[in-house]
Structure formats: structure tokens, C-alpha cells
Design a protein around this ligand. Structure first.
Ligand code: 6PG
Length: 234
């Protein structure tokens, strides 16, 4: 297990350092799959402020989303909106390096298919190769029901091993577009960010694989980190 951080701000600072080190060391273009939800918001704000804002090689980092709610970009539920407000709208990231999931003017299924094409265009191919990962960094959150990205328990997308993105409609949730396990697992570095006492039980279940939860099935080709704060780690 990685070091347990004192609290959410300490977790965000630790992950900001971890990400920046990786991005600085990576020659050429680097791809990051961003997580939505509330946990990473602090992290995104830190990356957009000193000292990290002066270290991140914004000109060569490409930003993608691990999942997105199928709502307009100005909708308060939009992960793109949250990330733009917290980070990307405050830094010198070239617009061509920002690759939001399309969420308007088409069906959710079409949006997922379009996003797969976007990912394949960046990757320069249509097959995922462990020797040439799609992402340099994948950030993931953990839901209290064990979901990650929009890979929710007992949904068909958990079995998807070909498509890179899919449209899903979890019970009681708006339709979402999620990357699938193959796409999310194709990375050099992956990290779950888990903060808050409400995640204690699910984190323990996932870490011990006591229960077959979507987050516990995640097997990245690269290194996997669990960055948790004291409240979540118990
Ligand atoms: C989303 C996320 C989702 C999130 C978890 C944890 O779009 O909501 O991708 O998987 O990471 O639900 O969310 P919190 O960080 O808000 O607890």
C-alpha cells in the first residue's frame, strides 16, 4: 500500500507531486485519463497553482476523461466542466490537447464510438498493446458501491473487452460514457484516489478482494497505486 496521507489536501498534494514527476520525466507527448467526482477536484486545483503549474509540461500533455456524464459541458454534473473550472481553464494547455467526451448532438452510443475514434487517433492505432500503453497516467476514484469510472456493479460493460468506450445507464444515474477496462488498463501508471470516512468500508473490501467489485477487477498493465487519506484507510 502506498503511504496513507493525513487528509484530502495532503492526498491531493502527494498525487500532484507524483503526477508532475511522471509528466516531467516523460519525453514527448503524455496522455492522462482524468477522473470525475469530488475527490480529484483539490488535486486539479493544485496542479493549476504554484509550484506545480510551473512544472507541468502543459504543451505536451493530452487530457482525456475516464468517464463523463452524458450532459452538456456547462451542466454542473459534467466532469469536463469540473476539470475546466478547477484546472484546464486556468493553465496554458493548448486546446488541441484537451479531448472531452462529446455529449451533445448525438446519441450516447455514438458519443462512445466517437470517443473511441479520438483515443485511437491519439494512440495511432486500433489495438491496445501492453508494450505501448494508451495512457501515461490513469486517475480513478472509488464509489461507495465499488464502482470506478462508470464501471458500476452488475452492468454489462464489466464484460466488455473489445470496445474502448461504452454508453452506460447505471440505476438511478444519468447516462454516462465510460472507458472500458481494456482502455483504462492500458497505462504506465494508474492511481486510485480515495478520501473520506465514507469510503473506509469499500476500500477495505476492494483491497482485500473480499467482494468482487468493479474497482477490485482493475488490472492495469503498468504500476497501480492506492492513494488514500487516513479517514478512508482507517
Ligand atoms: C464520476 C467518477 C466516479 C467517481 C466516484 C467517486 O464521474 O463520478 O468518475 O467514478 O470517481 O464516484 O466519486 P467521489 O470522488 O465524488 O467520491
Amino acid at each position: 500500500m502506498d503511504p496513507v496521507l493525513a487528509d484530502a489536501p495532503a492526498l491531493a498534494a502527494h498525487v500532484a507531486e507524483w503526477m508532475t514527476d511522471i509528466l516531467e520525466a516523460r519525453p514527448g507527448p503524455a496522455a492522462v485519463a482524468l477522473s470525475g467526482g469530488s475527490t480529484p477536484k483539490l488535486l486539479y486545483g493544485m496542479l493549476a497553482a504554484p509550484p506545480f503549474v510551473d512544472r507541468v509540461p502543459w504543451d505536451r500533455v493530452h487530457w482525456f476523461w475516464g468517464d463523463e456524464r452524458f450532459v452538456p459541458q456547462d451542466d454542473e454534473r459534467s466532469n469536463y466542466r469540473m476539470t475546466a473550472e478547477a484546472m484546464l481553464g486556468r493553465v496554458n494547455a493548448p486546446p488541441g490537447n484537451i479531448h472531452p467526451v462529446p455529449t451533445e448532438g448525438m446519441s450516447a452510443e455514438e458519443a462512445a464510438a466517437r470517443y473511441q475514434i479520438t483515443l485511437q487517433a491519439y494512440h495511432g492505432g486500433q489495438t491496445l498493446d501492453p508494450l505501448r500503453p494508451l495512457f501515461d497516467i490513469v486517475l480513478l476514484g472509488l464509489g461507495t458501491n465499488g464502482h470506478t469510472a462508470s464501471l458500476f456493479p452488475d452492468t454489462p460493460v464489466l464484460k466488455e473487452r473489445t470496445a474502448w468506450a461504452a454508453a452506460v445507464t447505471p440505476k438511478g444515474e444519468p447516462t454516462r460514457i465510460t472507458l472500458t477496462y481494456p482502455a483504462l488498463e492500458s497505462c504506465r501508471h494508474a492511481a486510485f484516489l480515495v478520501a473520506g470516512a465514507d469510503k473506509r468500508d469499500v476500500l477495505a473490501q476492494v483491497r482485500t478482494s473480499a467482494v468482487d467489485l468493479p474497482a477490485a477487477r482493475y488490472r492495469p498493465t503498468g504500476e497501480l497505486h492506492w492513494f488514500a487519506d487516513q479517514a478512508a484507510a482507517g
